[in-house]
Design a binder for this molecule. Structure first.
Ligand code: GLN
Length: 487
């Protein structure tokens, strides 16, 4: 394996500045690695050679001109729900096959301005609905640690690309756990920012009150650098906050000495948690205590209702967001219909996969008159209770620690026939989305030869706190994300 595909951003930036390597070399090393491995991993859906040539060239010019930006020349992969002008973007769905966005979303354009080089588009569950990337309308992605297992989802392609050394950083989206859970299952770092921290302009919406864009990386520093570059107010997204993006780095380098870290008993003993996962989390908690944190018991009493509330709210929002995909303005259109209504129906039946159709139906039902109060309104009330649980817990602690996923990566095909068991993958992550909190997953060892992730949740706008805990853990435990041994 080329060592260039194992570098951190800081190491790469140093070599680039010293001119020991060029941005073009860095891209070539990653493209070679992709060519060598991606037939097996299948992290990518498409590649963007026109972009990487141009952007690497620009990066080399910037370096020559003495531009010290940390992201100049850094190879990046982008999830298939994020629009980049002229690059086919399909949300992992057949219904959008051939769609080329006429504009670039804010998060991506900020990273491009910071000098990142786009390698290609990564696979995901269709419209980001899923926990394994098996709902992709194209093909499943394989976990680089065990190719017979899933990489998690929905941003499984991005997580797998970073874990396989095919990209240094990647972008994902997290609506119920879709950055943190695949990061955990692939042994990399993944962060979901506070709702409103990163502009969603240019993100193909799944559930607009929950979706956030965030980074994947192989260390906490790299995730922090990437997040800082894309965060901050954007007039093009009315839900984006006017806080400055660099807030995410405040006091970030300091340790956890004197910090109170809460362990919610409902998360610690969550249904279905594997003993190997629990052992790794116990070890991680111990290491944070050794690093000076005070560990306190907290409670999130409405945890049991979170899953049900999420699986009403997210489908309700998706049924509305996905109404626009009728074949007229975007992507696929079925011509052989008698009238326009039949054309819509045929296009949507043919273009959407099973899980998307299931969610659109569930969501439409939950919003329909007569059922709205019983389902949607009730779910929103539960959402408020869950938010209050977190508010109360954060009176007693500065951040919350738990497993990210109750299990390690599972075999491909093992949950596809049972949607409920797939939904249960998100029990520990979706509370953070319902409450709009920042959360990070950082590798914390292995169970049965597969990676386990430690989740750190912080109060709203406390990315710096979550990053600080994760970074201290990474440093003091010595557990580092490694490129999966695929060769
Ligand atoms: N797995 C969850 C779902 O299927 C979360 C998806 C996500 O965060 N995009 O809805």
């Amino acid at each position: 394996m080329s060592e260039l595909t194992e570098l951190t951003i800081k190491e790469a930036a140093r070599l680039l500045r010293l001119r020991s390597i060029s941005a073009a070399d860095l891209v070539t090393a990653h493209v070679d690695r992709i060519q060598q491995l991606d037939r097996r991993v299948k992290a990518f859906l498409r590649f963007t050679p026109e972009l990487w040539d141009k952007q690497a060239d620009q990066a080399d010019k910037r370096i020559k001109d003495g531009d010290p930006g940390p992201l100049v020349g850094i190879p990046m992969a982008v999830k298939d729900v994020l629009c980049v002008r002229g690059v086919e973007t399909t949300a992992g769905s057949q219904i959008l096959r051939g769609f080329k966005p006429p504009y670039t979303g804010t998060a991506m354009s900020r990273l491009f301005e910071a000098g990142a080089v786009m390698l290609g588009v990564t696979n995901c569950d269709e419209f980001a609905m899923g926990s394994s990337t098996e709902n992709s309308g194209y093909h499943p992605t394989h976990n680089p640690w065990d190719l017979d297992r899933v990489p998690g989802g929905s941003s499984g392609g991005s997580a797998a690309a970073v874990a396989a050394g095919e990209a240094m950083i990647a972008l994902g989206t997290d609506t119920g756990g879709s950055i943190r859970q695949p990061a955990a299952l692939c042994g990399v770092v993944g962060m979901k920012p506070t709702y409103g921290r990163v502009s969603r302009y240019g993100l193909i919406a799944f559930a607009s009150s929950l979706d956030q864009i965030g980074p994947f990386a192989r260390c906490v520093d790299d995730a922090a650098i990437t997040l800082a570059a894309m965060a901050g107010h954007d007039p093009l997204d009315a839900t984006s906050s006017d806080r400055v993006g660099r807030d995410v780095l405040n006091n970030y380098g300091e340790g956890v000495e004197g910090m109170r870290l809460g362990v919610p008993r409902e998360y610690y003993d969550v249904q279905g948690i594997e003993s190997g996962v629990k052992a790794a989390i116990d070890q991680a908690i111990k290491s944070l205590r050794d690093a000076g944190a005070e560990i306190v018991d907290v409670s999130l009493p409405h945890t049991d209702y979170g899953l049900a509330a999420y699986y009403i709210i997210a489908p309700a929002e998706c049924s509305s967001n996905l109404a626009r995909f009728d074949g007229v303005r975007y992507g696929m259109f079925t011509e052989d219909a008698e009238n326009i209504t039949e054309a819509y129906m045929r296009t949507r039946r043919k273009g959407f996969g099973t899980e998307v159709r299931r969610r659109v139906m569930l969501g439409t039902y939950a919003l329909s008159s007569g059922y709205y109060d019983a389902y949607y309104l009730k779910a929103q009330k539960v959402r408020t209770l869950i938010k209050r649980d977190f508010d109360e817990a954060f009176q007693k602690c500065d951040a919350i620690v738990s497993a990210t996923s109750p299990t390690v990566a599972f075999p491909i095909g093992s949950k596809t026939q049972d949607p409920l068991s797939m939904y249960l993958c998100d029990v520990l992550t979706l509370g953070g989305n319902l409450a709009g909190l920042p959360g990070i997953s950082v590798p914390c060892g292995m169970s049965e030869g597969l990676p386990v992730g430690l989740q750190v949740l912080a109060p709203q706008w406390g990315e710096n706190v979550a990053l600080r805990v994760a970074r201290t853990y990474e440093e003091s435990s010595g557990v580092k994300a490694e490129v999966a041994p695929l060769d």
